[in-house]
Design a protein around this ligand. Structure first.
Ligand code: DPP
Ligand code: ZN
Length: 884
């Protein structure tokens, strides 16, 4: 497969400023007429060929300025349509193609989902609809006419504003047809095109922008799901208001539409004025959705809406710049959620997520820079690195520039590039120009892969009242990048004294440090560098990397006792959590290495007591206490061990520690559990979800108690729950701890929700993530369950994705059967839906950190996949990188 390189970027020789499309929708034979106005760009000499992208299309005709072209005048292969000698002046090219939406199981381009026509064009789906410059730097104004039978398709939707609609005068195939004519005034790249036709329910609302524009808001869902839309609608309105207030960005059309569909490869898509969502991220009511679902809906609704400015108004010049829209938009949605909920808790969740998804990617065979320099299949670069690490880079720019200069920089970026397809260089230049700061060293974050390592040695000199922070940075080799240059790493820090109070410092020397009251930011720029803090009156511990100010691995010379002190006293709550994580991981690693992890020594007891102090502190936010109680996952522990990993030992050590925690703290845990009972109706807000999270984490410990009292509590909770969060948490605790009590409850849960696919996904995932050894057989039998289908990406992810991603000890079974199961599914799925198959394959990325036996089993399966024929470009790319 060919490799596409950033350095080979060339603008197109022609512009397509506008096009008019007509869709005659038919389940198997949709006819697409695409009339493009094409202009040669200024260039001297002979006009180059016009080469348009197109895949899987049946070409019906090509007309140039209204006359049919003969097949001598153009050339078609399986990827392109080429006109070797186009006219020298602007011309109209009309291409008519036929496509089969029903046969489209890839879910790219135009396809059918539950009898609805829908599209997904990012990244390269438009070329499966018509021949075009299917690349983000070709911006065009779209006029779209949809024609379809009235029956089955009362709604005909596309981007922009509805201009006209009505009945077609003649019947077609004996039925009544109608049409809708859409005009999108904003020039856009093809990946933002969308159309939808079908019989859906419409929920309406409206929003008045700050300048007084009235915007109609329409959310379309399957009939019968109307009562699950209110939270998404509310989140949309809050997002629109927030983008005005925080970024000064108003919505720019009279209509904003969201369509929820049940077959979708990704989470959602920001098509201009017509977002299409995986229904999982729209539909919610208390008895079917959990608090986590609500929070994700809020975040993803916001994310796609925010793309209207960061992605749509300013788009990407090429797909190498994907982080330009995704990193920035994730940063914006994270900030939005922080403003809607608890900022500290949101930061903890995002950091946890980054470490568990992005760090392993950055530390394994799939590592790539936030802005990759080459790819063979762009769909494989919608990654945690591009999205989440990309967001961290925006957060660091803000930390380096300060709030005001950051905001000015963004304003300048919008001012300069509105209506354009931009690059990371454009983005950074706007911040440099607005702030006068030099970001050239910082820009290495976009081109160097790998998680930097920062080691800090802190020494206090009582005589001079100075604290010295000696810092060393390094970055491990990653594929194609054996050596790295030193980066600009902003490390936010404060000082905590022996009495638990913050300690101030007056002056600094030895390096660039910003001071903000009792806090500072170290600007690490050298490989080795020492910062001296002056005027430090008493010995103090540095509280480093507050708020996870840079996506690095931090090491320091602080002792476990020092960290324990920070866990109890740090004025920065994020770093209190960080300290608890550090100590827990160290303990859990130790447990995984012990022959008898059940023994509780003095160190364990000290940690358990310290954790108790936080968990039972009523002054602290409940969501924060729940985060402290969320013991690092088995994957997190494996990542920290880093080599020769034995997932069974990790599992055993972790369970044993949790059991000790439950036993030692049981009296208080029980009391806490009962005190957190819900009063009043369910609210998916920060307070309510924080309380439930804490209570359910407590329950998950109580279930481990040998006296079975916890099991009883879980049974009662399951039966009396008034919402899905509590019902599901009780079921999860019983299932994962392998309690017999789980079986009848799993059955009754299924009976109650069997017609509700999104709830059944939870039921599938729950069984697929059981750490017990019968899990494999359960997953195998669920493959044949009537509720399961490999044709639906949500079902596939719920069962196989959850097994491979969130069941460390069963996916990594020593006998290799976990790998074999997942590999079989990947091979079966590859032909139908390569994008989803490649996603599943990503779960093999950390195979080299395992102990030898498992490595060998994983290799066997990877090699089996690699040699399969045929193999999609998507899967071939991932498997080859995993093996090399
Ligand atoms: N551009 C889409 C997003 O919002 C891709 N799924 O992330
Ligand atoms: Zn996005």
């Amino acid at each position: 497969y060919s490799i596409i390189r950033l350095e080979d970027y060339r603008p197109t020789p022609y512009a397509i400023p506008r096009l008019a499309m007509t869709f005659e929708l038919h389940p198997e034979k949709t006819c697409v007429r695409n009339e493009m106005h094409i202009e040669p760009k200024e260039s001297a000499g002979e006009k180059p060929a016009l080469i348009l992208n197109g895949e899987g299309l049946k070409l019906l005709s090509v007309e140039l300025n209204g006359s049919l072209l003969l097949s001598d005048d153009y050339h078609v292969d399986d990827k392109h349509l080429t006109i070797p000698h186009p006219p020298e002046q602007a011309f109209t090219l009309t291409i008519t193609t036929e496509i089969n939406p029903t046969a489209n199981t890839r879910l790219e381009g135009l396809y059918r989902t539950s009898n609805t026509y829908c599209t997904q064009c990012e990244a390269e789906g438009f070329r499966r609809i018509t021949y075009f410059y299917d690349r983000p730097d070709c911006l065009s104004v779209y006029d779209v006419r949809l024609e379809a039978p009235v029956t089955g398709n009362p709604h005909l939707l596309s981007n922009g504003n509805l201009i006209d609609s009505g009945a077609l005068t003649e019947k077609r195939d004996g039925s009544d047809w109608h049409f809708a004519q859409w005009h999108d005034p904003h020039p856009k790249p093809a990946y933002l095109f969308a159309c939808v036709a079908g019989d859906l329910a419409r929920i309406e609302d409206s929003f008045t922008t700050s300048s007084g524009r009235e915007v109609n808001l329409h959310i379309y869902v399957e009939h019968g799901k109307e009562d699950r839309v209110s939270y998404a609608m509310d989140a949309l309105k809050r997002s629109m208001r927030w983008d005005e207030e925080v970024y000064g960005r108003e919505y720019d059309l009279d209509l904003f539409q969201i369509v929820a569909v049940s077959d979708f490869n990704m989470g959602a898509m920001e098509n201009k004025g017509l977002n299409i969502f995986n229904d999982k991220y729209v539909l919610a009511k208390p008895d079917t959705a959990t608090d986590t679902d609500y929070a994700l809906i809020e975040a993803i609704i916001a994310h796609e809406y925010f793309h209207n400015w960061t992605g749509n108004r300013i788009t990407c010049r090429d797909w190498f710049q994907l982080c330009l829209k995704e990193g920035l938009t994730v940063f914006r949605d994270q900030e939005f959620s922080s403003d809607m909920r608890s900022r500290a808790v949101k930061r903890i969740e995002d950091t946890r997520q980054l470490r568990s998804r992005q760090f392993p990617e950055d530390g394994g065979p799939l590592a790539h820079p936030v802005r990759p320099e080459s790819y063979s299949e762009i769909n494989n670069f919608y990654t945690a690195t591009v999205y989440e690490k990309g967001a961290e880079l925006c957060r660091m720019i803000k930390a380096i520039l300060g709030r005001d200069a950051f905001s000015n920089g963004l304003d300048l970026y919008f001012e300069r590039h509105d209506g354009e397809a931009a690059t990371i260089e454009d983005f950074l230049k706007a911040f440099e120009d607005a702030s006068g700061k030099d970001l050239s060293q910082f820009s290495l974050w976009y081109s160097q892969a790998g998680t930097p390592d920062v080691a800090v040695t802190s020494t206090y000199n009582a005589k001079h009242k100075e604290l010295t922070l000696a810092v060393e940075q390094s970055c491990p080799a990653t594929p194609g990048q054996p050596t790295k240059r030193a980066m600009h790493i902003p490390v936010r820090f404060g000082l905590i004294g022996k009495n638990g109070q913050e300690v101030s410092f007056t002056n600094t020397r030895g390096g660039d440090i910003d001071l903000h009251g009792m806090e500072g930011i170290l600007h690490i720029r050298e490989r080795k560098q020492s910062f001296v803090l002056e005027g430090v009156e008493s010995p103090a511990l540095p509280s480093l990397l507050r708020g996870f100010s840079a996506p690095v691995r931090l090491r320091s010379n602080l002792t476990d006792d020092d960290i324990l002190h920070l866990m109890q006293h740090d004025s920065d709550s994020f770093n209190r959590w960080e300290a608890s994580q550090y100590l827990l991981i160290r303990t859990l690693i130790r447990k995984s290495e012990q022959d008898n992890p059940i023994e509780v020594n003095q160190r364990d007891m000290t940690l358990i007591e310290a954790l108790g102090k936080v968990i039972f502190d009523p002054q602290l936010d409940m969501a924060f206490r729940a985060e402290i109680l969320a013991i690092p996952s088995e994957t997190d522990i494996a990542r920290e061990i880093g080599r020769n990993v034995d997932p069974d030992a990790i599992h055993h050590g972790r369970e044993t520690f949790r059991q000790s925690l439950a036993e030692r703290l049981q009296t208080q845990l029980r009391k806490l559990y009962h005190s957190l009972q819900q009063h009043g109706p369910y609210q998916p807000d920060a307070e309510g979800s924080g309380r439930r999270a804490l209570r359910n984490r407590v329950l998950d410990l109580l279930v481990m108690l040998p006296d079975k009292s916890g099991i009883e509590l879980a049974q009662i909770q399951f039966n009396t729950a008034t919402n899905m969060t509590d019902r599901f948490a009780a079921l999860a605790s019983l299932t994962h701890h392998g309690k017999d009590a789980a079986k009848p409850l799993l059955t009754s849960f299924y009976e109650q929700f069997k017609d509700d696919a999104l709830v059944i996904d939870k039921w599938l995932s729950l069984q697929a993530t059981s750490p017990k050894s019968d899990c494999l057989a359960t997953v195998q039998s669920l493959l044949d369950h009537p509720s399961f289908s490999l044709n639906n990406p949500n079902r596939t992810r719920a069962l196989i994705g959850a097994f491979a991603m969130s069941n460390a000890c069963q996916f990594n079974r020593a006998d290799g059967k976990g790998y074999r199961l997942v590999a079989d599914i990947i091979l079966e799925l590859d032909d139908k839906n390569p994008q989803t198959a490649a996603r599943l394959l990503n779960n093999f990325r950390s195979w080299r950190v395992l102990e030898e036996g498992r490595q060998a089993k994983a290799r066997t399966e990877l090699e089996r996949i690699a040699t399969a024929n045929p193999l999609s470009k998507d899967v071939a790319d991932i498997v080859n990188r995993c093996l090399h």
